[in-house]
Design a protein around this ligand. Structure first.
Ligand code: FA5
Length: 347
C-alpha cells in the first residue's frame, strides 16, 4: 500500500504539471499504457500475502479511474486554454473565411495561347501542330531559304543532327508546308508552338520561346485581308479598337513582306513615358505578308487538285511570349520560363 501511495502522488504531480497535449499522452502511457506502472502494480498482486490482495487490487483500480478522469479533465482544460490564447493573440478570427488550400493555376503562356485559339477559332480558323525537332527542308528549304542563303543567319539555329538534317525549329513557319502537303485549299489555320534559337538571352529574347503561325490559303487573297484579320484579332484580344500599321519587312517566304505594328494598348499619346512602347506609341507585333509563290509551289506542287496559278495566301507569325508581356505589362521575358513559383502564382 505504501508503493501505491507513492505511485499516486507521483502520477498526480505529473498530471498537474502538464502544459501540452503531448505531455498528457506521455503520462497516460507511463501509468495506464500496456507497460505502465498501474499494470505492473496489478500484476504484482498474486505475489502478495492473501489478505492484502483485495485491498491493493481495489486501490489500484481506484487509482486507474482517478488518473483517467484527471487526464480527461486536463485535456479539456488545455484545449480551452489554446482557443482562448488564439483569440487573445488576435490570430484567430472566427469571422474569417477558412484558409484556402494551395491550388495550381494555368501558366500565363497557356492562358494567352488559349485566348488566341479561342478568338481565331471564332473566326473560322483550325488549329494545327508540327514537330519541334524539324527537318532542315521544312524549317528552311521549302520556305524559300536554300542552303547557302544568307537569311539562315537571321535565325541562329540549334543543329541537332547534321547527318539527318535535323534542327530544333527556329520558327513555326514549317507547319505551313506540312499542312499544305496534307490539306485541300481553301483553308485557314493557326499553329501555336515552341521554337528555339541559339541566341543570347536578355529581357526580350529567350532561346526557347513560343510563336503563333497563321496561314490562310485560297483564291484572291490580298494584303487587306491580312491587316483586317490581325486588326480584328487584336481588337478582340485587348477588348478595344486598335490601330495597326505595316512597315516593309523581309522574310524569304512572303512577298510582299511586312512587319505589323500595333498602336500601344497602354498609352494613347506618343512621346509619353510609357514603359511598354517607350514613348514610341507603337509596338512591333508580327512578321507577315502574302505567301511567296515558291512556298505555295513547295507545299502544293505536283498535285492535280490544286491550281497553283490561282492560289494565293497570307501568313503571319508572332511571338506569344511577347504578347503575354504586352498583355500583363511584364518587363522580362525570362520570368516566363524561369520556373519561379512566386512569379507564376500571380496569374
Ligand atoms: C519569324 O520567325 C517568321 N517566321 C514570322 C513570319 C511568319 C513572317 C509568317 C512572315 C510570315 P521573326 O524572326 O521576326 O519572324 O520572329 C517572329 C516573332 O517571334 C517576333 O516578332 C518576336 O515576337 C518573336 N521572337 C523572335 N525572336 C525571339 C526571341 N529570341 N525571344 C522571344 N521572342 C522572339
Amino acid at each position: 500500500m505504501e508503493a501505491h501511495a507513492e505511485l499516486r502522488d507521483e502520477a498526480l504531480a505529473r498530471l498537474a504539471a502538464c502544459t501540452e497535449l503531448a505531455e498528457l499522452r506521455s503520462v497516460e502511457k507511463d501509468y495506464l499504457g500496456p507497460e505502465g506502472a498501474i499494470g505492473a502494480l496489478l500484476a504484482s498482486i498474486p505475489s502478495l500475502p492473501k489478505e492484502e490482495r483485495p485491498k491493493v487490487g481495489a486501490a489500484a483500480n481506484r487509482l486507474k479511474k482517478e488518473l483517467e478522469a484527471g487526464l480527461d479533465k486536463a485535456r479539456g482544460e488545455l484545449e480551452t486554454a489554446r482557443v482562448a490564447a488564439e483569440r487573445a493573440g488576435g490570430d484567430f478570427d472566427p469571422s474569417l473565411p477558412p484558409r484556402r488550400a494551395a491550388r495550381g493555376s494555368l501558366h500565363p503562356l497557356t492562358k494567352v495561347r488559349r485566348e488566341v485559339e479561342r478568338i481565331f477559332s471564332s473566326m473560322g480558323y483550325d488549329i494545327a501542330d508540327g514537330p519541334e525537332v524539324e527537318l532542315d527542308y521544312y524549317n528552311f528549304q521549302a520556305l524559300n531559304i536554300p542552303v547557302d542563303h544568307p537569311s539562315r543567319e537571321m535565325q541562329d539555329t540549334f543543329y541537332c543532327d547534321e547527318e539527318h538534317h535535323l534542327v530544333m525549329r527556329t520558327q513555326t513557319s514549317p507547319v505551313q508546308i506540312r499542312v499544305m502537303e496534307q490539306r485541300q485549299p481553301p483553308f485557314r489555320l493557326i499553329a501555336p508552338g515552341r521554337v528555339f534559337r541559339n541566341e543570347e538571352q536578355d529581357a526580350t529574347h529567350n532561346h526557347t520561346f513560343h510563336q503563333v503561325e497563321g496561314l490562310v490559303v485560297g483564291e484572291g487573297i490580298q494584303v487587306g485581308h491580312l491587316t483586317g484579320t490581325l486588326k480584328g484579332f487584336l481588337a478582340e484580344l485587348f477588348q478595344r479598337q486598335v490601330q495597326v500599321r505595316l512597315r516593309p519587312g523581309y522574310f524569304p517566304f512572303v512577298e510582299p513582306g511586312f512587319e505589323l505594328d500595333v498602336a500601344c494598348p497602354f498609352c494613347d499619346e506618343k512621346g509619353g513615358t510609357c514603359r511598354v512602347c517607350k514613348g514610341v506609341g507603337w509596338v512591333e507585333f508580327c512578321g507577315c505578308g502574302l505567301v511567296h509563290p515558291e512556298v505555295l509551289a513547295a507545299g502544293f506542287g505536283g498535285r492535280d487538285d490544286v491550281d497553283l496559278d490561282k492560289l494565293t495566301g497570307f501568313a503571319f507569325g508572332f511571338g506569344l511570349d511577347r504578347l503575354v508581356m504586352l498583355r500583363y505589362g511584364l518587363d522580362d521575358i525570362r520570368n516566363l520560363m524561369g520556373g519561379d513559383l512566386r512569379f507564376l502564382e500571380q496569374f
